[in-house]
Write a protein that binds this ligand. Structure first.
Ligand code: GGG
Length: 356
């Protein structure tokens, strides 16, 4: 029987609350499904850890995480610290340190959930975000700090290897989906070096995937397509920053940022992959027991699927949709007045009570 070792990192804000809820749901799925087991180890890394140790995670944190089969992550962001310190000190340290270059962000309207769009049609997208370079390369610097002549530079670094591997990943993903459609999003009219290379690589790769229908759109026009013609999109591939922004829009259009999952994949399996809800630390609702745990449940399903336990993952999603389609219990972001605990209990009961 397979035993999967999962590193759980709640991180900041509502992260620990939703990861705790997610572990309960994973335990329910493990029990109901049988045939595999999960061993969790929890790491208290994040902003509280920073105040004790002057760093978001230990210097040898990546070595500690390396033997795990997967990382189940909550969120980063704390009002007491600059956002770049928390993001680079934990989430990006893991994503970049483990070469988790494929960030996969599905968006669809779950049963019973209302999209803010008048005509959501069959909104069912996967956004593939380049996750290792680009606008998040970290290259740049500041000189003459505080003086009128101060200069700040953030360099977007796009490598042919980085662009090609993420685009191939997106093509492979698109060809496994019923619609087999891939849209490239860039801003190659304004960013005339790196983004033009994205376009050129896409044009060259297309020939290797004749079964995948392709098109391309500028990132500004992509927001319009997503809002007015959601049916025209299936898989979208874009740079680190563009896809980050588009996937927040996608989550909002599918009903709430609280339901959307993410996988940070190292597709070759040289390092563990990391799974997390799209949402951040939501400091305004910390400790109130109202955080929506559904994004973390969908994330759990995604993690099980990636570990080879697709049946158990699908079971979690059926249970989630049984609860959402019943219309209750739902947290306030979905129009309900239930707590995180209420939703967690209902999903665990739906898993345990399923006859399939
Ligand atoms: N669970 C996702 C999360 O914590 N996101 C925090 C954040 O600030 N992310 C910025 C980014 O991914 O670019």
């Amino acid at each position: 029987m397979a035993d999967y070792r999962i590193a759980a990192i709640g991180g900041d804000g509502i992260g620990p609350e939703v990861v705790r809820a997610g572990i309960e749901v994973l335990r329910a799925a493990e029990q109901r499904e049988g045939g595999f087991s999960l061993t969790f180890e929890t790491f208290p890394w994040g902003s509280d850890y920073y105040f004790e140790h002057s760093r978001m995670m230990p210097d040898d944190g990546l070595e500690t995480l390396k033997p795990f089969d997967a990382i189940y992550f909550g969120a980063v962001g704390d009002m007491r610290l600059p956002d770049d310190v928390t993001l680079w000190g934990l989430r990006l340290k893991i994503c970049q340190g483990f070469d988790q270059y494929a960030n996969v962000r599905p968006a669809r309207v779950l049963k019973g959930v209302t999209s803010p769009l008048r005509n959501p049609g069959n909104l069912d997208w996967v956004i593939v975000r380049e996750n290792s370079e680009g606008e998040y390369s970290g290259a740049g610097g500041r000189v003459h700090r505080g003086l009128p002549e101060e200069v700040a530079v953030d360099a977007s670094v796009f490598t042919r290897t980085g662009c090609e591997r993420i685009q191939r990943f997106a093509f492979e993903l698109a060809r496994k989906r019923p619609r087999k459609k891939l849209t490239l999003v860039t801003k190659s009219n304004a960013q005339r070096h790196g983004m033009v290379m994205w376009d050129e690589i896409f044009a060259a790769l297309k020939g290797d995937y004749p079964d995948v229908e392709t098109d391309k759109v500028l990132v500004d026009a992509a927001t319009v397509r997503m809002t007015l013609h959601p049916d025209s999109l299936d898989v979208i591939v874009a740079s680190n920053l563009h896809a980050d922004i588009l996937s927040d829009l996608a989550a909002a259009l599918s009903g709430s940022i609280g339901v959307a999952p993410t996988a940070n994949l190292n597709p070759e399996g040289r390092f563990p992959s990391m799974f997390e809800p799209i949402h951040g630390s939501a400091p305004d609702i910390v400790g109130k027991n109202v955080a929506n745990p559904i994004g973390t449940f969908w994330t759990a399903a995604f993690m099980l699927e990636s570990l080879g336990e697709a049946k158990a993952g699908a079971r979690i999603m059926r249970a989630v949709e049984r609860v959402t389609s019943a219309g209750s219990p739902l947290t306030p972001d979905l129009g309900g007045n239930a707590t995180t605990d209420d939703v967690t209990r209902a999903v665990c009961e739906a898993i345990a009570g399923e006859n399939e």
